[in-house]
Structure formats: C-alpha cells, structure tokens
Design a protein. Structure first.
Length: 149
C-alpha cells in the first residue's frame, strides 16, 4: 500500500474483538447479545498502531453498519478493502440482502464511492439526506453444457 506521498505504507487489517472491547470499556455492563453471539462483527485498518479505518456489519439484518476512514488516508483503497471484507463475511453467513445507509447528495464522496463498488439505490430514503443502497448478489455460476459425444 502506498500513501499519498508515494512512500510504501505498511497497513494492518484485522478483526476487532467486539466482546472484549465492550468489556474493557464497560466492565459493569453485560456484552450485548449481538456482539457475544457474533451477529455484529467489525474490522479495522491500522497504520503505525493507529486505527485509520473501520467497517462493521450485522449478519442478522444484512446491514453494513458503518464505514469510515481518516481523511488523510482516503483514496488509498482502505475503504474498498474494509467494505469487501465485511461483505464477504456477510455472504459467508448466508445473508441474502446486503444494504447500507448512505448520503443521497451526489457532491458527497460516499455517493460516488458506493456506486462505483456496485451498490444501487433501493428508492427508500431515511430522510432527505440519506438513502438506502443495496448490493446485488453476483449472478450464480451457470454450468457450461457438455459437448456432444
């Protein structure tokens, strides 16, 4: 991975252990069932031990709950990779519909980003500024007919 200066940038992508993180930050509160049962999982990107991006998903609902990259690290492929990891996990869990909330304003970078990744508007809006996008499943592989003998 290269940073905007053209210098190689070592990045680490890893899963966040949400139950452990919850217990460390809220020791007197029980871990939410969604975390404990693994329905919600999250991944992060680190540079020099600092979190520079993260993405989470909920296998029970199919929602990508959030995707964020520190502004200085944008346009380096971090968001694309984090989103791909979460989508792959959601699909591995048998999630049929994968969706997210995104800005509906075309001047916002996220608007073009999601569409470039294959997300399509559903026509549903949470409000004037936020719309629901869905990632259509790739078409199933079709078997090639065997050649006649």
């Amino acid at each position: 991975m290269t940073y905007k200066t053209g210098v190689a940038m070592p990045l680490e992508f890893r899963e966040v252990r949400l139950p452990e993180l919850w217990q460390a930050s809220r020791p007197s509160e029980p871990v939410p069932a969604e975390f404990a049962e693994g329905h919600i999982r999250s991944w992060e990107c680190l540079h020099d031990a600092q979190v520079v991006g993260h993405c989470s998903g909920n296998a029970a609902t199919g929602e990508v709950l959030g995707l964020s990259v520190v502004p200085a690290y944008r346009r380096q492929g971090i968001a694309r990779r984090l989103l791909a990891v979460v989508v792959a996990w959601l699909r591995s869990q048998g999630t049929e519909r994968i969706w997210l909330s995104a800005p509906s304003d075309p001047s916002r970078p996220a608007h073009a980003f999601y569409r470039a990744q294959g997300w399509v508007p559903t026509g549903v809006r949470e409000n004037d500024a936020v719309e629901i996008l869905e990632l259509l499943a790739p078409p199933p592989l079709q078997a090639t007919p065997a050649a006649p003998d």
